[in-house]
Design a protein around this ligand. Structure first.
Ligand code: AMP
Ligand code: MG
Length: 396
């Protein structure tokens, strides 16, 4: 059996960062930036107030002082005059500071008396004023290539007036199921049949990992049908994910076809579930043959395919963060030399510590526990006692 890290290194090495494309910001969420972003403008572009209140000269802002209100300025407009001694301008958050005003007293600390305002507190120079360029200055390298376009990053790009951005292209991932026993789309079950769940589940996992998913269909256990599906997937996609047909059964045609048309490595990985794995290339495309059992296919996706997709997409952090959780149930001990991935529910206590309980029956066909799981507890060696701590791959 091949140790997990060795198998992962091999599979992940099938991906190279894809070329960049220019996309409208709206389509770039979650992708990886492929250009440095240098500011050409100040943010904010002008000094403005952080609060609703009165703009005035700080030298006038002495508790109890009474100032004449000479106008009002809202966000989006400009006060045309200047603020002299003993004067104040009513000002709304985001409005530009009037000329010669250098501080704002918040409205809650003032009262109106006729045409005047009485300030109830002192103000120091610059109080509640956001100077021009306080956030970003022209010439600042605000974002480096490799940054993920999360909401904060998208916000900065919009702030700087960008409408398009250069990002690493979204990987195209074809997903197919194989098996004569499978029926699609909730159709009634005939004798010996089960429903195809892997295509949907693996496709959803690939989409969540940032892929553009191509449905390569449900393919019969037929050598030429499988060859056609794999070849057309390899033509259109960066990565093809098949499920089923990679074991030692008589009708495991995926194995036969990939051996003939691809350059594959067949692995028995020292993990449970998801021991069998095929990975390699057909033409230019990477191909990963996931095991058919539904839990195995998703665990295998998590350990091998998700990081591979992220590598195509230019991410530097390929794996999910792991958390340490206290084990509340006896979890099945892995066989010697094997790492097991146990489906667990996770809960977080008030002190922020995590605890893990079994999500249910742990067979590779037990889909209910997979659905209930918040993560995969990683067990090696002699297992872990109740009350002991275990690393968990947390799904979100
Ligand atoms: P295989 O690797 O093709 O021998 O499949 C292993 C097990 O997984 C068998 O019990 C299959 O019926 C089941 N299986 C294979 N593909 C799927 C699928 N797409 N959806 C649900 N179960 C599947
Ligand atoms: Mg099969």
């Amino acid at each position: 059996m091949i140790p997990l890290p060795e198998a992962q290194q091999f599979v992940w090495s099938l991906a190279e960062r894809l070329p960049s494309v220019r996309l409208p910001l709206r389509e770039a969420a979650g992708l990886v930036l492929a250009e440095p972003i240098v500011a050409t403008e100040s943010v904010p572009p002008f000094a403005n107030t952080a609060m609703d209140g009165f703009a005035l000269r700080s030298t006038d802002a002495v508790a109890g002082a009474r100032l004449r209100v000479i106008g009002t300025v809202a966000a989006g407009s400009v006060f045309e005059g200047t603020v002299g001694d003993g004067e104040a301008v009513r000002i709304m958050t985001g409005a530009p500071m009037p000329v010669d005003a250098d501080a704002v007293v918040i409205v809650e600390r003032t009262r109106i008396e006729g045409d005047d305002v009485v300030v109830e507190v002192d103000a120091s120079p610059g109080q509640h004023v956001r100077p021009a360029g306080d956030d970003i200055k022209p010439g600042d390298e605000v974002l480096q290539p490799g940054v993920v376009l999360n909401p904060g990053v998208l916000g900065v790009l919009a702030t700087l007036g960008r409408s398009e951005v250069s990002v690493i292209r979204r990987p195209k991932v074809g997903v197919m199921s194989t098996g004569d026993e499978l029926v699609a789309d909730g159709a009634p079950l005939g004798p010996g049949q089960i429903r195809d769940s892997n295509r949907l589940a693996v496709g959803a996992a690939a989409a969540a990992a940032g892929a553009e998913v191509v449905d390569l269909g449900l393919v019969r256990d037929d050598e030429s049908a499988i060859e056609d599906a794999l070849r057309s997937g390899a033509e259109c996609c960066d990565l093809v994910l098949s499920s089923g047909g990679v074991s030692m059964g008589d009708f495991d045609w995926v194995k036969v076809v990939l051996d003939r048309i691809g350059n594959m490595r067949w692995m028995q990985v020292a993990i449970r579930p998801a021991k069998p794995l095929a990975a390699g290339r057909v033409g230019h495309a990477a191909v990963v043959g996931l095991p058919g059992n539904p839990v195995s296919s998703l665990v295998s996706f998590e350990l091998f395919a998700r990081p591979l997709i992220r590598r195509f997409a230019g991410h530097s952090r390929l794996e999910r963060p792991r958390i340490l959780a206290t084990v509340m149930d006896p979890l099945p001990e892995p066989p010697p030399g094997v790492t097991s991935f146990v489906r667990v529910r996770l809960t977080q206590a008030d002190d922020l510590s995590w605890s893990a309980t079994s999500a249910g029956a742990q067979g590779s066909h037990h889909t209910a526990a997979m659905a209930a799981a918040g993560g995969l507890a990683v067990l090696t060696g002699g297992g872990v006692e109740v009350g002991g701590r275990v690393p968990v791959i947390a799904f979100d």
